[in-house]
Design a binder for this molecule. Structure first.
Ligand code: MSP
Length: 507
């Protein structure tokens, strides 16, 4: 029986069009989802849109459209992003769908029945941009610590008794040391919880765009309680569906560092309060700046993923975002860095290795996998070193260390390119055809490893490369990375085609 694996992106606010920050989280999840499928897991990958709340209501008002039509339109752009980026998500949830509202109301009712929600009055600061409440003491120069403007809110409100869960949360983090990744973020969360939790306002009355509280329809549900529930409503909750039974608790909620607190504190507290299991892991990634600056509409430096795909290609975009910045850290995005890396690592290194090797075989090797003694060649260091690389790659991938995993694959390509120079098959063609065949075989066998290891990152380009290596469609997963499934001598190879053109962009 394959093991199940459930991974989610945050659901995106529909007040805005998709940008590179959204693409970043989604691509990371897609890479992970594809990696786990290729590792033999039955994967469920969820993404979607967060459509309620004051921020979305205001955005709709500003455009003079009613919020439902507005969210219908913007949500489509996020669905479009899944196609643009070739995401392999199994579902796309919108919080305005009935299935979601049912789930959110069911969770609310349980929290209320179990006595964890009570009616009171909220008086304090609220930042619409963050959809978050802030304490007076946390404000910096009259703004939220995130820089978002805050407003004073006084209204009747239901509260969730978060303060009661402080000890249970701390025990939970203690018992599950990997729950929050990376570790530096884990300490941040623990310190925050230790500093004392206040009960959380979970309903609003000063606007309308949200899920109505069944007991008191003047109130709409706080958008984060609504939104977090998507991870279970998409599985059919409150019904104990086969999907729910198979995939809850989630294996990974991938989030940006800005929304870690909601996922690592509020969400487990809601679930504990409802006697539901908590997710296994929250992975927080860093933030991208653009040419060294914060990305913002007012600066006018917002990067549209569509432009990157048009200029650099889809797989190049996916590769670059996972390769450039160690996952978990903040980092900078610039088109110049992208051009340099795509050219040096994809065009000049991997692309060139494939092109020169396959073109040479096509011309001088009968367009067939060379006829050699495979077992003997697996003793030579180029092939013998591959298994260790595969293991290292898998370790890194399991920890979401994508850039490190990619570095190992680049090393394989470096080794193979170095091998060509030393062995000089063009010279062997005149002196030692037998050795030439061996050299070419080791090169294309290395390419098979490279292509399979890069499949989660660049599914289209690597499928093309594997086609050019005549690797069966059903032999493109990690279990085939060994000698038993090595390329078979004498198999025909199609005419090679370039996979990664050099990019020249005028900046
Ligand atoms: N709707 C909430 C999430 C609810 S999940 C139950 C939300 N949406 S968002 O659209 O504002 O952000 C979604 C994701 O995009 C977050 O993980 C956030 O970190 C990420 N990014 C937005 N801008 C970013 C960068 N500049 N860099 C990297 N990721 C960033 O929050």
């Amino acid at each position: 029986m394959p093991k199940n694996y459930y991974i989610t992106t945050p659901i995106y606010y529909v007040n805005d069009s998709p940008h590179i920050g959204h693409a970043y989280t989604s691509i990371a999840c897609d890479v992970m989802a594809r990696f786990m499928r290729m590792s033999g897991f039955k994967v469920r990958f969820l993404t979607g849109t967060d459509e309620h709340g004051q921020k979305v209501e205001i955005a709709a008002e500003q455009r003079n459209i009613d919020p439902q039509n507005f969210t219908d339109e913007v949500s489509k752009r996020f669905r479009g992003l899944t196609n643009l980026l070739n995401l392999s998500n199994d579902d796309f949830i919108r919080t305005t769908e009935e299935r979601h509202k049912n789930g959110a109301v069911a969770l609310w009712n349980i929290l209320l029945e179990k006595g964890h929600i009570y009616l009171g009055k909220y008086a304090g600061w609220y930042a619409v941009r963050d959809e978050a409440f802030y304490l007076e003491k946390d404000l910096i120069d009259g703004k939220a610590p995130t820089g978002a403007p805050v407003e004073w809110v006084e209204e009747p409100s239901y509260f969730f008794a978060l303060s009661k869960f402080q000890d249970r949360l701390l025990e939970f983090y203690e018992a599950n040391p990997d729950f929050i990744q990376p570790n530096s973020r884990r300490n941040e969360v623990i310190n925050f919880v230790k500093s004392g939790l206040f009960d959380l306002s979970v309903s609003r009355t000063s606007f309308k765009w949200g899920i109505k509280i069944p007991q008191n329809p003047e109130h709409v549900m706080y958008v984060w309680l609504d939104a977090l529930t998507n991870y279970i409503s998409a599985l059919g909750y409150p019904d104990k569906t086969a999907l729910y039974e198979s995939f809850w608790p989630a294996d990974v909620h991938m989030v940006g560092k800005d929304i870690l607190r909601f996922h690592a504190i509020y969400w487990p507290a809601f679930l504990m309060a409802a006697d539901l299991p908590c997710p296994k892991r929250i992975v927080a990634h860093g933030w991208l700046t653009i040419d060294g600056e914060k990305m913002s509409k007012s600066i006018g430096n917002v990067v549209d993923p569509r432009d990157l795909v048009d200029e650099f290609g889809l797989d190049q975009t996916r590769y670059f975002l996972m390769r450039e910045i160690p996952f978990g850290l903040d980092g900078n995005f610039s088109k110049l860095a992208m051009q340099n890396r795509v050219n040096s690592e994809l065009a000049n290194n991997i692309g060139n290795l494939a092109q020169r090797t396959l073109a040479f075989i096509n011309k001088n090797g009968d367009a067939k996998v060379p006829s050699v003694d495979v077992a003997a060649l697996y003793n030579e260091s180029l092939l013998a070193g591959l298994l260790e690389k595969v293991e290292g790659y898998q370790q890194f991938m399991k920890m979401q260390k994508f850039s490190h995993a990619l570095e190992l694959v680049i090393e394989i390509a470096n080794n193979a390119n170095g091998f060509i120079e030393v062995q000089a098959p063009w010279a062997l063609r005149k002196t030692d055809l037998n050795r030439m065949a061996q050299v070419l075989y080791m090169l294309i066998e290395s390419l098979r490893y490279i292509a399979i290891l890069l499949l989660p990152f660049m599914p289209e380009a690597m499928d093309k490369l594997l086609d050019q290596l005549s690797v069966n469609k059903n032999e493109r997963t990690f279990e085939y990375l060994n000698q038993a499934f090595a390329l078979k001598p004498e198999v025909n190879l199609p005419a090679p085609q370039g996979i990664f053109p050099r990019i020249e962009i005028n900046h």
